[in-house]
Design a protein around this ligand. Structure first.
Ligand SMILES: *[C@@H]1O[C@H](CO)[C@@H](O)[C@H](O)[C@H]1NC(C)=O
Ligand SMILES: *[C@@H]1O[C@H](CO)[C@@H](O)[C@H](O)[C@H]1NC(C)=O
Ligand SMILES: *[C@@H]1O[C@H](CO)[C@@H](O)[C@H](O)[C@H]1NC(C)=O
Ligand SMILES: *[C@@H]1O[C@H](CO)[C@@H](O)[C@H](O)[C@H]1NC(C)=O
Length: 677
C-alpha cells in the first residue's frame, strides 16, 4: 500500500513538473559563460536551462509506520545536477526533522541522486500528519529564485493487533449436543481482521471462519480442543487461544408425578418416565416385587407411560422404570399409594331430637381406605363431643364404612347449634385434596306436647240452648296442633275441629258427653278431656202409688217416682212426718210397702233437682184398716240418681208389676222409652 501511494504522488507530480520545467526555460533565456544543460532535454534550443532538477523528491520508508517502532525515512532526490547547490529538508508536519546541504563540488558533470535519511519513532499524534521532503536547488550564477521541489506524504501510522480477547458463551465446558458461541476482538490500526482456527493435533491450524463470531452447534466430544483467534492487519498479528472441553452427555431419567403418588381408587393414574440425553432409549416397567403391572405401557421416543386406569388395590406398589441407553442403564421408582375418601361423612340420628330423650348420633364415613389413618370427630358447636381413631389392622385391602356413634340427651338450648362430623384421612406428607371432609347438621330439639289445658266458658254444665266455648292450649316444640274430638260410646274419637276453641252454639242435651282435646306435634300427643253436661231443669216428674193411692191394711203398695226426661237428676223420695220429712230408702225411685199399715198412710213427696232446677210431686196414700195384720213399719233411706242407665230396670219393674196385677195404663211405656234417648 505505501507503494501505491508513491505511485499516486508520482503521477500528480508529473503535471507539476511540466509546469516547473517550462518556467525554467524562461529563466535561462540569456546566453551564459557556463551553459548548464539538462541532460535528456532538447538542445535544439539556443538558450539553456539553469540546472537539472527534473524529478520530485521521493519519500521512502524503511517499513510501515508503527507507533513506537523506529522507522527510517529516506528522502530521495533523483537525477539532480549540480548537487552542490542542493538542500534537502525533511519535515514532519511543520517541524523540520533534518536539513542537509550537499556542498561538495561535483567533478563529474553528471546527474546524481541524493538523499537524506532520518530515523524517528512515530507516536499516536503523528497520525494524520504529513511528511514533507523539500529539495531546493540554489543556482547562484543566475540571480534568480532557487528551484524548489517537494513531495508530501501523509503519515500512514499503523498499530499492530493487540489486546485480542475471546469471549465464550455459555462456557468453555460443554456437553455433547450443546452449542457455543465465541466472539473475538482485537485492537489495532487498521482494525485487524479476525481469523478463527482450530489447532490440530499436528500443531497446524485449521481455518474455521473469518468472522469475529464463531458459533459451533451440536458439539461432539471430538470438538474438544484449542481454538485460536488471530487478529491480523498489515503490520502484525495477535493470537489468543481458548480451550473447549466437550463432555460426554449423561442421560437422565425423570419419573413423574414424583417419587410418590397418592391416588384415589378408581381414578386414572399415569406414571411417566422421561429420558433426556439419550437418542433412542429403551424402557421397561416392573413392580418391586415383580407382580403383574396391571396397567398399560406405552413408550414413544424419550417417553414411556404406564397408565393405571382405573387404579385398584392391585396397583398399590413401588413401580420401577428402567431405561437402557446404549450400554448404560438407569432406574427410577415411584410409590403408588391408594386412598379412598370420596364422600362426605353422613350424619344419622336414631330419631327425632326430643328434649330430654337420649338420642344416638352416628357419623359414617363411607368407602374409606386406608382406614388405619382415619379419624372421625363429632363436634357440637365448637366443642368436641367424641373422636375416634381407627387403628385396626389394615392388611385387608378393601373399602369400608367406618362410623362413630355417641348418645346424648338434647336440651332445648341445643336448638340452633351445629353438629359437625369431621373425618380426616392424613396420608403421610402427601398432598392431596381433600384431606378432610365434613358434614354438618343444625340441631332442632323438639319438645313433646304437654301441659294441655282446657278452659270451658261459661261452664261445663249448661242449660240446654246455651252456647259454650271450649278452649284448649298445649305447650311443645314445635307448637302443637290442636285437635278437638268427641269421645264416642264405643271409645272412638270423632274429630270435630282443629281450632283451639270449639264453640257449640245453642246446645242440646245430646251434646253432653266427653270432649277430647289433643295437642299434637311430631314427637308426641298430649290429651285432655272435659265432660260437658247439658241439662234441662227437672220436669214431668211422676209420683204414683201402685196398685192405688187407696189400699187396705196388709196390701203391698209401691210408691214410684220417675224423673221424666231429665237424666242426671237427683230424686229424693220422702214422707211427711210432723213438721219435717222422713227420707225413704228406695230402689230405682220405687219404695215398696209390704203389708201396708195404717201408719203408712200420709203424704209422700218426690223431689227432683239438678244444677238447673227443681221439681216436687206429692201424693197422699190412704190405708184402710182391717182387724188384724198389723205390721211394724221401718222406713229406709234412699237416694237415687235418675240416670238413664237406671231407667230400664225401673221400667222393667213397672212392667212386671203391671202384668202381675193385670193392670194397664198406670205408666206410659212409650213415654218412658223416649226419655232414655
Ligand atoms: C503548518 O503548515 C501548514 C501548511 O503546510 C499550515 O497550513 C499550518 O497553518 C501550519 N501550522 C502551524 C502551526 O504553523
Ligand atoms: C459473519 O457474521 C455476519 C453476522 O454475524 C454474517 O452476516 C456474515 O455472513 C458472516 N461472514 C462469514 C464469512 O461467515
Ligand atoms: C265464645 O267466643 C266468642 C268469640 O270469642 C265470643 O264472641 C262469645 O261470646 C263466646 N261465648 C261464650 C259463651 O263465652
Ligand atoms: C275455625 O275457626 C275459623 C275462624 O276462627 C272458622 O272460620 C272455622 O269455621 C273454624 N273451624 C271449625 C271446624 O270450627
Amino acid at each position: 500500500m505505501p507503494r501505491k501511494m508513491v505511485v499516486i504522488f508520482g503521477a500528480s507530480n508529473v503535471l507539476w513538473m511540466v509546469f516547473a520545467v517550462s518556467q525554467a526555460f524562461k529563466i535561462d533565456i540569456f546566453p551564459e559563460s557556463k551553459i548548464i544543460a539538462q541532460i535528456g532535454d532538447s538542445i535544439s534550443l539556443t538558450c539553456s536551462t539553469t540546472g537539472s532538477f527534473s524529478k520530485d523528491p521521493e519519500i521512502h520508508l524503511s517499513g510501515p509506520l508503527e507507533v513506537g517502532k523506529p522507522v527510517t525515512v529516506t528522502c530521495l532526490v533523483p537525477d539532480v545536477y549540480p548537487f552542490e547547490r542542493l538542500e534537502i529538508e525533511l519535515l514532519k508536519g511543520n517541524r523540520s526533522l533534518k536539513t542537509q546541504n550537499f556542498l561538495e563540488v561535483s567533478e563529474m558533470k553528471s546527474q546524481e541522486t541524493k538523499s537524506l535519511e532520518v530515523t524517528f519513532t512515530p507516536i499516536d499524534e503523528d497520525i494524520g500528519k504529513a511528511l514533507v521532503c523539500q529539495a531546493t536547488l540554489h543556482i547562484n550564477e543566475i540571480d534568480s529564485q532557487p528551484q524548489v521541489r517537494e513531495t508530501t506524504k501523509k503519515l500512514q501510522v499503523y498499530i499492530s493487533p493487540k489486546d485480542t480477547v475471546i469471549s465464550v458463551n455459555p462456557s468453555t465446558s460443554l456437553q455433547e449436543g450443546d452449542s457455543v458461541t465465541m466472539t473475538c476482538t482485537s485492537e489495532g490500526l487498521p482494525a485487524p481482521q479476525i481469523f478463527w482456527s482450530k489447532k490440530l493435533d499436528s500443531g497446524n491450524l485449521q481455518l474455521l471462519s473469518e468472522n469475529a463470531t464463531l458459533t459451533l452447534i451440536a458439539m461432539r466430544m471430538e470438538d474438544s480442543g484449542i481454538y485460536v483467534c488471530e487478529g491480523v492487519n498489515p503490520v502484525g498479528k495477535d493470537r489468543k487461544e481458548v480451550k473447549l472441553i466437550v463432555q460426554e452427555k449423561m442421560f437422565t431419567v425423570e419419573i413423574s408425578p414424583g417419587s410418590e403418588i397418592a391416588a384415589q381408587i378408581g381414578d386414572s393414574v399415569v406414571l411417566t418416565c422421561d429420558v433426556t440425553g439419550c437418542e433412542s432409549p429403551s424402557f421397561s416397567w416392573r413392580t418391586q416385587i415383580d407382580s403383574p403391572l396391571n396397567g398399560k405401557v406405552r413408550s414413544e421416543g424419550s417417553k414411556s407411560t404406564l397408565t393405571l386406569s382405573p387404579v385398584r388395590f392391585e396397583n398399590e406398589h413401588f413401580y420401577l422404570c428402567t431405561v437402557t441407553c446404549g450400554h448404560k442403564k438407569l432406574e427410577k421408582g415411584i410409590h403408588v399409594e391408594l386412598y379412598s375418601f370420596l364422600r362426605d361423612p353422613e350424619i344419622e340420628m336414631s330419631g327425632l331430637l326430643v328434649s330430654g330423650n337420649p338420642v344416638t348420633v352416628s357419623c359414617k364415613v363411607p368407602d374409606v381406605y386406608p382406614f388405619d389413618r382415619l379419624e372421625i370427630e363429632l363436634l357440637k358447636g365448637e366443642s368436641i363431643m367424641k373422636n375416634k381413631i381407627f387403628l385396626e389392622d389394615v392388611s385387608k385391602k378393601s373399602l369400608e364404612t367406618k362410623s362413630l356413634e355417641m348418645t346424648f340427651i338434647p336440651t332445648t338450648e341445643d336448638t340452633g347449634k351445629v353438629l359437625v362430623c369431621l373425618a380426616k384421612l392424613p396420608i403421610d406428607e402427601m398432598e392431596f385434596e381433600p384431606k378432610q371432609r365434613q358434614s354438618t347438621q343444625i340441631l332442632y330439639v323438639n319438645v313433646a306436647p304437654g301441659d294441655t289445658t282446657i278452659s270451658v266458658s261459661p261452664s261445663s254444665i249448661l242449660e240446654e240452648g246455651r252456647s259454650v266455648n271450649m278452649t284448649c292450649s298445649s305447650d311443645g316444640l314445635p307448637a302443637p296442633k290442636i285437635l278437638w274430638s268427641r269421645l264416642l260410646s264405643n271409645g272412638d274419637l270423632q274429630p270435630l275441629s282443629e281450632n283451639t276453641t270449639l264453640t257449640l252454639t245453642s246446645t242440646k242435651m245430646e251434646d253432653s258427653g266427653i270432649y277430647v282435646c289433643e295437642g299434637i306435634n311430631q314427637v308426641g300427643i298430649s290429651r285432655k278431656e272435659v265432660e260437658l253436661i247439658i241439662q234441662v231443669a227437672p220436669k214431668d216428674i211422676r209420683l204414683t202409688a201402685f196398685p192405688s193411692e187407696s189400699v187396705k191394711e196388709g196390701d203391698t203398695v209401691i210408691i214410684s217416682c220417675t224423673c221424666g226426661n231429665v237424666p242426671q237428676t237427683l230424686i229424693i223420695l220422702k214422707k211427711k212426718a210432723g213438721s219435717g220429712y222422713i227420707v225413704l230408702k228406695s230402689t230405682d225411685g220405687a219404695y215398696t210397702i209390704h203389708r201396708a199399715q195404717l201408719e203408712d198412710a200420709g203424704v209422700y213427696e218426690c223431689e227432683s233437682k239438678n244444677e238447673v232446677g227443681l221439681q216436687l210431686r206429692s201424693i197422699t196414700l190412704d190405708v184402710k184398716g182391717r182387724e188384724s195384720n198389723k205390721h211394724y213399719f221401718s222406713p229406709e233411706l234412699l237416694v237415687l240418681y235418675c240416670a238413664s242407665s237406671l231407667i230400664i230396670p225401673a221400667i222393667g219393674m213397672i212392667i212386671y208389676f203391671a202384668r202381675k196385677a193385670n193392670m194397664k195404663g198406670s205408666y206410659s211405656l212409650v213415654e218412658a222409652q223416649k226419655s232414655k234417648v
